[in-house]
Write a protein that binds this ligand. Structure first.
Ligand code: DOR
Ligand code: ZN
Length: 356
């Protein structure tokens, strides 16, 4: 364990990776890629563009656009993901694996969230593809919510686990699965009690906030994301899962930028942008839980181990030094209000020592 935490409150960890990130495309890439590359070494790049990234060829071209947007001298790496549809052919999985740059396939239930219209209407439609993924060891990343309009939005993850995930695990017992951005005690419990082939990512917003932070005393659209923030008992279960030292839970920000005008609207978009201070937001959570010694495993070790990738060699140093997050940041030609805007965080990354 290379975490060092001394009385001066300096914390040095292996450089972290983000196992769930939305970079978008076009002019936004300059800002999202610069933020992603600042403190992290790699990121799983979500494919929910419009139109979505459904083929290895499209992922290759998107990857090039991302690499071009990297700041000079950066060796940060995008790990590409295919967007699963009802019509994805099983042979696409062979192409994805041989590409060497595709590391997973993302399942969005059709209509569940941003740009999910081309998602899967019935998981049985994807059984041929999932069989191939199980055989070749390519992970399936799940947006774990049912889309049934009769199911209350706060219950959609729990019902997904019961109706879709549990049968899926029985049907494909060796398929590698990441239940993305878990938001409930049921999600944490299901993953904790599953085999080594099932893991979960947890976002900073679901660790720092609960639904009161979205709805009590006025609607706060910048805290609206999907799956939606749940009650505080679920938040507590997530904090325990993240800080408990289990290799099944690792860092995935789900940082998802939307322009300010699209969030502050009568029908606001879902998504919190956290890459202006991602590792610092997690440090805040682990510090409050007296678990800073567990941050490195969660942020830097458990993800690569699950994905079968090497752990980063470089380090990142944080210092206890309160700083205020910006009120707004740039997203291409638009302004954006980031997550935790104008709030104060206790831990800051020590620039200059961060490339060691
Ligand atoms: O809040 C979210 N925003 N949840 C998602 O699943 C998608 C994401 C986005 O792409 O904006
Ligand atoms: Zn996402």
């Amino acid at each position: 364990m290379s975490t060092t935490l001394d009385a001066l409150s300096i914390l040095t960890i292996t450089r972290p990776d983000d196992w769930h990130l939305h970079l978008r495309d076009g002019p936004a890439l300059r800002d999202t890629v610069a933020d992603a590359a600042r403190h992290f070494a790699r990121a799983i790049v979500m494919p929910n563009l419009a139109p979505p990234v459904t083929t290895t060829a499209q992922a290759g071209v998107y990857r090039q656009r991302i690499l071009t947007a990297r700041p000079e001298g950066s060796d940060w790496q995008p790990l590409m993901v295919l967007y699963l549809t009802d019509n994805t052919p099983p042979d696409e999985i062979d192409r994805a694996v041989s590409s060497g740059f595709i590391h997973a396939v993302k399942y969005y239930p059709a209509g569940a969230t941003t740009n999910s219209d081309s998602g899967v209407t019935d998981i049985k439609n994807a059984y041929g593809v999932l069989e191939r993924m199980e055989k070749l060891g390519l992970p399936l990343l799940l947006h774990g919510e049912v889309t049934d309009q009769h199911i209350d939005i706060f219950d959609r993850e729990a019902v997904f686990i019961e109706r879709t995930l549990a049968p899926l695990c029985t049907q494909f017992p060796r398929l590698k699965i990441v239940l993305e951005h878990i938001t409930t005690a049921q999600g944490a419990q299901f993953v904790a009690s599953g085999g080594d082939n099932i893991a979960a990512t947890i976002t900073p917003q679901h660790l720092l906030y609960n639904r009161n932070d979205l709805l009590a005393g006025g609607i706060r659209p910048h805290n609206y994301c999907l799956p939606i923030l749940k009650r505080s008992t679920h938040q507590q279960a997530l904090i325990e899962a993240a800080t408990g030292g289990s290799g099944k839970f690792f860092l995935g920000t789900d940082s998802a930028p939307h322009p300010q005008s699209k969030k502050e609207s009568a029908c606001g978009c879902a998504g919190c942008y956290s890459h202006h201070g991602a590792i610092e937001l997690y440090a805040e959570v682990f510090d409050r839980a007296n678990a800073l010694d567990k941050l490195e495993g969660f942020a830097s070790h458990f993800g690569p181990t699950f994905y079968g990738l090497p752990i980063n060699e470089k380090k990142l140093t944080l210092r206890r030094s309160p700083w205020q997050l910006p009120a707004t940041t740039q997203l291409g030609d638009d302004l954006m209000v980031p997550f935790y805007a104008s709030e104060t965080l206790q831990w800051a990354v020590v620039d200059g020592e961060s490339n060691g």
